[in-house]
Each structure stands twice: as C-alpha cells, then as structure tokens.
Design a protein around this ligand. Structure first.
Ligand code: PHE
Length: 346
C-alpha cells in the first residue's frame, strides 16, 4: 500500500468515527488526539515521507496536510453540533417550574420605637426642622448646668444616672441638645428649629413603666416673637399625625428648671376617649410629654440674647407613645428583643 492509500484510509475511518461520536468530550479527548495529536495517525504516517524520493516529498506533504485540514474541519463541525445538542438537553432537563411554591424569605422591619421616631422625623422635617443626634455619653455641663440645673439643684435627684467621671455621665434627657444647638446657631441666618431623637439613661429600677434606658425626642424652636400658641399648635399637629384627629390636647401647668412657664401635655385617653377609666385613673386625660417656653437662663448660658430671642422646647417619649398607641402595658417588652412581641408591629 502506498503512503497515499494509508492517508486515504485514515481519512475514511476518521470521518466515520467523527460522525458517530456521541460527546464533545470523546471527540476532543480521544478522536482528535488519535488522529491529529503528536503521536496520532497522521503524524506517524508523515514519518514515512522521508523514505520517498526527494521530488515526491512536497506533493505527499501537501496531500497529508489537506487530509489533516479535512479531519480538523470535520471535528470542529461535529464538536459544534454536539455542543448545541448537549446545551439543549441541559436546558430541557434543568427547566424551572415557576408554579412551584417559593422559598419564603423572612423580611425584617424597623423596631416599633424606630417606626414612631421615623414618623416624628418625617413630620418635623416637613415643617422645616433639622433632625440632629447628640452624644449619649454627655458632659454634666450640657446635661445639667446649661439646662439651668447647677450642681446642687434638687431637681437633679429625679434624674440620677450612671456617671463615667464626676463631669461625664450617661445623659438623662435629650435636652442637652438644646444647649448644644443654641450655642452653635447663627441667628442672623434665621430661626433655630431642631428635633433630636435618641436614647437616654436614668438610675431607675426597671418595672412595667420604667426602664433604665429609654427614648426621647427633644424639640426646640427659637426666633423672635414665638409664643405658647405656637407650641400648642405644633403639638396638636404632631398628636394628630401620630394618633389621628380624635384626640384633644391639654396643657397643664408644671415645672422644669429649663422652661418657664412649663407645661405637662395631656391627650384624650385612648381607652375611654375622655369618659374616665382605669387607664387614665378617671381623669379622661393621659400625660404624653413635657414642654414649655425656654428659660432665659438657658438662652443666656448658650450666648443667646434673651431679650431678642425666645421660643419653646418639648421632650417626648416614643416608648410612651408606642405604649399608648398599641396598648403595650410593659415598657420592658421593647428592650427584650423577643420576636414574638416585636413582629406584631410589622
Ligand atoms: N427633658 C424633660 C424630661 O426629660 C422633658 C422636657 C423637654 C421638658 C423640653 C420641657 C422641655 O423630663
């Protein structure tokens, strides 16, 4: 048999093998290697060329190359065909059944107190207030002294707290943010309108209505010609936003060292709607926050001219709001992180 016959034979057998191949892997790993590889049939056969007379070698060489090309093209075509087929089979077998029930993803939601705070933030932002947060570890100067509570003031007793040093403590109220913002505010640029939500601390024994840690939102408005009517109007808007329009607001005289006059703010009892019941102890009213006109001493200590500027401040407890709004009877439930309780407020 001549070299040419050998090559033809390799081609014929090779094409049959390629055509009947069943997988891309077989085609590449076996057939391609057997035919065209370094130790493959074509290479082996080409070694015989050196036995031919010199003038016949080029022709045989190019004949062998053309057969190699033919086989190469056949393998590539078949490989493409098989790849498509394999892909289609894979697509068919891995088809997604969209009618199967989904794997439920459990979605969280903000804590109920945070929901109330967010609502308050939104409302006051809409009325042109800034929303600021202040330090929970606070200086005695801001927490007490600049709030008109000098070192020996008896009203400090009601707000005993955790002391870091003699001068640094866990803040007992968000009111120090009044002093902090008053001190910085440039009144030539307009009035001060600010709320400040955050955590406060007191040396309280925890019980259903007391927690050593709870939330407050401070509010302050200082400008020329601010009156108590502005305070009442602002509080009415807030109560309506948070509780609905069925609640009346009542101001009752009270005392805070940093406001004069001071008021305790009551709203219609949510339980009896004013008739008198056990929740409101028969009065028909429930106390929801403290407020008043900012004391001139507070303004003076922060470097503000108390003859020219004045205004109101208030401090409310989102914990208390949440308890009233949802009928929660134990403040500690907010802080125990029991999902059975918290997930009710989704
Ligand atoms: N800081 C007061 C408290 O914690 C509340 C309050 C704030 C009262 C602002 C008047 C004005 O009890």
């Amino acid at each position: 048999m001549s070299l040419k016959d050998d090559l033809n034979q390799i081609k014929e057998n090779g094409l049959v093998k390629i055509e009947s191949s069943k997988s891309v892997k077989e085609l590449n790993d076996q057939i391609r290697v057997d035919l065209l590889g370094k130790k493959g049939l074509i290479t082996q056969t080409l070694r015989g060329i050196s036995n031919l007379p010199v003038e016949e070698r080029p022709e045989m060489g190019s004949y062998a190359n053309s057969i190699r090309d033919t086989l190469q093209v056949a393998i590539d075509n078949k490989a493409q065909e098989l790849e498509e087929k394999e892909l289609n089979e894979k697509l068919k077998s891995e088809k997604i059944d969209v009618t199967l029930p989904e794997n439920k993803v459990i979605k969280g939601h903000p804590h109920v107190i945070q929901q109330i705070v967010d609502q308050i933030d939104d409302l006051f932002l809409g009325m042109g207030y800034e929303v600021l947060s202040g330090p929970e570890v606070e200086e005695d100067v801001y927490n007490f002294e600049m709030m008109n509570l000098p070192k020996d003031h008896p009203a400090r007793d009601m707000q005993d707290t955790f002391y870091i040093t003699d001068e640094i403590l866990m803040r007992t109220q968000t009111s120090p943010m009044q002093a902090r913002t008053l001190e910085k505010h440039d009144f030539s640029k307009g009035p001060l309108k600010m709320i400040s939500p955050g955590l406060v601390y007191r040396r309280d024994t925890d019980d259903p209505t007391h927690s050593h840690q709870f939330h407050q939102v401070e509010g302050i408005v200082i400008d020329e010609n601010i009156t108590m009517a502005d305070l009442k109007g602002t509080l009415e808007v807030m109560i309506e936003e948070l509780f609905g329009d069925k609640f009346d607001v009542r101001l009752r005289p009270s005392y805070f060292p940093f406001t004069e006059p001071s008021v305790e703010v009551d709203i219609t009892c949510f339980k009896c709607m004013g008739k008198g019941c056990s929740v409101c102890k028969g009065s028909g009213w429930i106390e929801v926050l403290g407020a008043g006109m900012v004391h001139p001493n507070v303004l003076k200590m922060a470097g503000v001219d108390a003859n020219e500027y004045g205004g109101f401040a208030f401090g409310l407890g989102p914990d208390r709001f949440a308890m009233l709004k949802y009928g929660v009877t134990d403040i500690r439930d907010f802080y125990l992180n029991d999902l059975r309780f918290l997930s009710q407020f989704n």
